[in-house]
Design a protein around this ligand. Structure first.
Ligand SMILES: *Cc1c(COP(=O)(O)O)cnc(C)c1O
Length: 500
């Protein structure tokens, strides 16, 4: 019948119409090649650019415009990115960025990220190669850090997510006998407590708050002169809490504190946790990677015996943001805290849904990005030994900086660690404490706003200090010579201005 023919025509037309959200593939191909070309030029020329520069008002305005309703050709969108976003980065890809605890990002990993978005797998569950890549990456990381091979783990966005994941597992394993998952945080009828030094990262406190334990029950234990936890004070705090009828749950050890890079005596903390039957969690956000160096394994002794460990691959393994890992000593402890069931995610006898592993059962997230691929790509390309050498290089650079500072009477070395963090300040004889703070703040602002170098700051013993944390695979020793020269000249100028 003629009518049928028309229907077929319509259907045919409809099916061959290009899907409006897929690109013109030639255009896609051309722009991709251009982006890779441009970025190779940009990254190879980073050293000649400012580390950071303020975002001008015109750019601020452009980035404040409203929702686009109609489309723009992708080349034009890319041009806008080149004009507004690219010139005003955070700075952490630059060879002279040493602020906070940011990593520099190995470029080849970006191909992994691009491919991850293009194949667009979600890694909650199911039989597919992406799931196996994450399993493989987790087992490589276990091997690299000398973690027990029969342990378990999960890649997360960051260590903050890892802390809450690990503490939820701790609560399930060492909390009250009551079913907290079903009956809620108050179910056990006892108050849980968690212990860590005063130098512990604030993400632990956040995790304790979110788990309904309450931040005041995160017991902040004092530290010694080298910012390591006072183990005797820890024991006393646990005993006092027990005597008061509370339920001590977990001891947190720091493998690299954010302020000074201090490493707690992990083996002593382990012993306390075992004696007291508590969960032992280690925050190794950046410091855990020193485990790659035989020279540093004694310092980290105890780390591989922990019940859980978090470490950020986007810090001292130089991966692009974001990728972190939480490991547990025993398999099944994450599942005990997180596995859940629903008809629509139940297993089938055969096919993709029969795959026994669900990463969704090891943490909070069901939809999960394929962040394992960038790690897989970078580790295969460079090999773990290249990363170990870069880490060794950063430790040597930090030691070099500490020596330069120590050798100059206009500089005071306020802290140095066995890892990659050095804190120091500009000083002169007879200076008042508030003058020193003012001048050092101004020195740091000058370094940053002139785009010369990007340390960050902290306060140690009440002193404002310039803080260098070197998670940067692009830095060289001479970058630190440059930093010291700049601090000395800015310090001298600001000291004179202050007296002027
Ligand atoms: C960075 C850091 C964290 C938090 O990690 P994110 O990846 O930023 O969530 C926790 N602990 C320490 C010691 C850190 O340096």
């Amino acid at each position: 019948m003629p009518g049928d023919e028309d229907d077929d025509m319509d259907r045919h037309l409809h099916l061959t119409d290009p899907a409006p959200l897929d690109p013109d593939w030639e255009e896609f191909r051309d722009l991709g090649k251009r982006i890779v070309d441009d970025m190779a030029d940009y990254l190879s020329g980073l050293r000649d650019r400012p580390v950071w520069q303020p975002v001008p008002d015109t750019v601020r305005a452009a980035l404040g415009t409203g929702l686009p309703h109609a489309g723009t050709p992708m080349e034009e969108v890319y041009e806008e990115f080149r004009a507004t976003v690219l010139p005003f980065p955070r700075g952490n890809i630059h060879p002279r960025f040493w602020g906070w605890a940011n990593g520099s990002g190995v470029p080849v990993a970006a191909y992994g990220d691009l491919l991850a978005s293009l194949v667009n797998c979600t890694l909650g569950s199911g039989e597919n190669a992406a799931m196996m890549v994450e399993q493989q990456v987790i087992s490589w990381l276990q091997e690299a850090l000398h973690w027990p091979a029969d342990g378990s783990g999960l890649l997360t966005s960051g260590a903050s997510m890892g802390q809450i994941t690990a503490l939820a597992a701790a609560r399930q394993a060492k909390g009250p006998a009551a079913d907290v998952r079903r009956d809620g945080a108050a179910a056990g009828g006892t108050q849980l407590t968690v212990y860590g030094s005063t130098e512990t990262h604030h993400s632990l406190e956040k995790a304790v708050e979110l788990l309904g334990i309450g931040s005041r029950f995160f017991r902040q234990i004092p530290v010694d002169r080298s910012c390591r936890v006072d183990v005797a004070a820890l024991r006393a705090a646990i005993r006092a809490d027990r005597a008061a009828g509370l339920h001590p749950l977990c001891v947190v050890g720091n493998a690299g504190t954010v302020n000074t890079g201090a490493v707690d005596p992990l083996d002593e903390l382990l012993a306390v946790a075992r004696e007291e039957d508590l969960w032992f969690h280690v925050d190794g956000a950046f410091g855990a990677f020193a485990q790659l160096l035989p020279s540093h394994r004694t310092l980290l002794s105890g780390l591989t015996e922990a019940d859980s460990l978090v470490f950020d691959l986007h810090k001292w393994l130089y991966m692009p943001f974001d990728v972190s890992c939480v490991l547990t000593r025993r398999a099944g402890t994450l599942e005990a805290a997180f596995a859940s069931s629903a008809d629509y995610i139940s297993k089938t006898a055969g096919g993709p849904a029969s795959y026994p592993l669900s990463f969704a059962d090891r943490g909070i997230e069901q939809s999960r990005r394929f962040r394992a691929l960038k790690v897989w790509f970078a580790l295969k390309t460079h090999g773990i030994d290249a990363f170990a050498r870069a880490i060794e290089g950063n430790i040597a650079q930090a030691a070099h900086l500490a020596e330069l500072v120590d050798a100059d009477d206009r500089l005071e070395l306020v802290s140095r660690s066995d890892l990659n963090v050095v804190c120091f300040r500009y000083v002169w004889p007879g200076a008042a404490p508030e003058e020193l703070d003012r001048v050092n703040r101004a020195v740091l602002t000058r370094l940053q706003t002139e785009g010369l170098a990007m340390p960050s700051h902290t306060v140690l013993d009440g002193k404002f200090v310039i803080r260098v944390a070197d998670n940067n695979h692009r830095s060289t020793l001479s970058d630190f010579d440059f930093l010291v020269r700049q601090v000395l000249s800015a310090g001298a100028a600001l000291e004179r201005e202050g007296k002027g």
